[in-house]
Design a protein around this ligand. Structure first.
Ligand code: NAP
Length: 457
């Protein structure tokens, strides 16, 4: 028997567990999925936007893996703190697969970034996703205008949530306080701004198109921005990849639309590089951008011309970064754990029993499905190593050993109790299931759950 720990219960962790229990090369692999949070599913629960119900429904296929007879869930267990080091995990399990994602947002590094009213999109996503660590407990959406910096899928998500308003989100699991703030929101204009051209934007075409089909918001594109893009004007020297070409076609179509006079407007802007978050009265008043032009090598250069966009809310959506896990090697340049085909490298040499998958392995790119082949590659390496792993002496009952060392894991029945408490909360609010947004609420719900040892209550 091989006992494997997977650290992180987001898509990459669950796909790694699935690959481990569905293969036939090595019989009887048992997997325990550890997560810092008492809730499973990682970014599917705490990152996918609440109105993306189809993607959210992926939870049911992830759930099937977590309910597999050879998979266990141990939530509320934080690896890297409180003595639970990677070294200790190797005493408990034959192998450990780290699927801890990329937890931190990137900063712009421009003056004014710390002003009240300037946030990372991650803060905003955490708030409307009811993440118990959300740094900001409330977003006062009392201004008229917001600027979202970056043109990737996270920028699209936060723009869509701002532009939808509460009525369109009431049927989702968005927390009640966030729904109230969105209902009271006075925001009418959202500017989503890229430093390069539309042909270089990072969003996927499906997500981009959705911005143009919101019931109460219209999208505006400026012809002058498009005219700077060599792929638009037909002067590009290198052929455009199909995905970028599709994005460009969507944006081209929007530029030709007449104004529709809807309640809210989304301004999709390009070739503007943020240089300063502007302040008035001690808080955000706008963003100063420098106009850029293509440099002929895929990048841009500044022109010395500036444009200010007024805004009372600024969200930077400029990508995520991996964070080091104490005791595990980390490459600060890439924000990932050094590896070869998923085997963790210590001083350039594969470390027996240690593996990575997902964003901490390859960086914060790709959609959820990208994690499946990524996890499979890692599991293939682990299975190649299986004879050596099986020869290692490890604990008979790692979950019991964890409890003995002071951990209080929330196991699957505890999570089911959280789910039930969220359904009950929804019923009292006249809504569907509504997420519990804080640690005490989540742990209390988990502790009330069935199958919980009396000593833990
Ligand atoms: P991303 O796709 O890497 O996009 C980051 C954006 O920020 C790019 O437009 C980038 O421009 C810009 N940027 C970076 N540094 C900047 C700076 N200093 N000033 C101005 N702009 C800057 O990151 P993301 O949107 O956070 O998404 C992360 C991953 O999650 C992606 O793979 C995404 O597809 C995925 N995701 C998917 C979904 C979905 O499928 N629905 C939803 C959310 C996230 P440059 O290109 O010029 O660097």
């Amino acid at each position: 028997m091989l006992r494997i720990a997977v650290v992180g219960s987001g898509p990459s962790g669950v796909y790694a567990a699935q690959a481990l229990v569905q293969q036939t090369r090595v019989p009887d692999v048992q997997v325990q999925i550890l997560d810092r949070l008492p809730c499973p599913y990682g970014l599917v629960r705490y990152g996918v936007a609440p109105d993306h119900e189809k993607i959210k429904s992926l939870q049911s296929s992830l759930r099937a893996v977590l309910e597999h007879e050879r998979v266990g869930f141990l939530g509320h267990v934080e690896v890297g703190t409180g003595g639970l080091t990677p070294e200790r995990l190797l005493e408990l399990y034959h192998g450990v697969v780290y699927c801890v994602g990329a937890a931190r947002d990137r900063a712009l590094g421009v003056p004014g970034e710390e002003l009240p009213g300037s946030f990372s999109a991650t803060d905003f996503v955490s708030w409307y996703s009811a993440h118990p660590d959300a740094a900001t407990r409330g977003f006062a959406l009392d201004g008229e205008s917001a600027v979202v910096i970056g043109v990737g899928n996270v920028a699209v998500d936060v723009t869509r949530i701002l532009a939808r308003g509460a009525d369109e989100l009431r049927t989702t699991d968005v927390p009640h306080a966030a729904l109230g703030a969105l209902a009271a929101s006075g925001l009418r204009e959202t500017h989503i701004v890229g430093r390069r051209g539309p042909s270089q934007a990072k969003f996927t075409t499906k997500e981009l198109r959705e911005l143009g089909s919101l019931p109460s918001a219209e999208i505006r594109v400026e012809q002058a921005d498009l005219d700077l893009d060599p792929a638009y004007t037909g002067t590009a020297e290198v052929p455009l990849p199909a995905a970028n070409r599709r994005n460009l076609e969507v944006v081209r179509g929007w530029a030709a639309l007449p104004p529709q006079h809807r309640a809210r407007r989304i301004h999709l802007r390009f070739f503007l590089r943020p240089v300063e978050i502007l302040e008035a009265g001690g808080r955000v008043a706008g963003v100063r951008f420098e106009r850029t032009v293509p440099d002929g090598e895929g990048g841009v250069r500044g022109t010395g011309a500036y444009e200010d966009i007024k805004a009372q809310l600024v969200l930077r959506a400029v990508g995520y970064r991996g964070v080091p896990l104490a005791g595990l090697p980390f490459d600060a340049t890439t924000g990932t754990v050094p590896h070869t085909a998923g085997r963790v490298l210590r001083d350039g040499v594969p470390s027996p029993g240690e593996y990575v998958a997902g964003w901490i392995k390859r960086g914060p790119t790709g959609v959820i499905g990208t994690n499946r082949p990524c996890a499979k590659e890692t599991v293939a390496s682990l299975l190649d190593d299986a004879p050596a792993l099986a020869a290692r002496r490890v604990a008979e009952d790692p979950a019991a050993a964890l409890r003995e060392s002071g951990q209080r894991p929330v196991e699957w029945p505890g999570w089911l109790a959280i789910e039930e408490a969220e359904s009950a909360l929804g019923r009292t609010l006249g809504r569907r299931s509504v997420k519990i947004p804080d640690w005490p609420g989540l742990l209390e719900a988990a502790l009330r759950g069935p199958g919980r040892p009396e000593s833990d209550r």
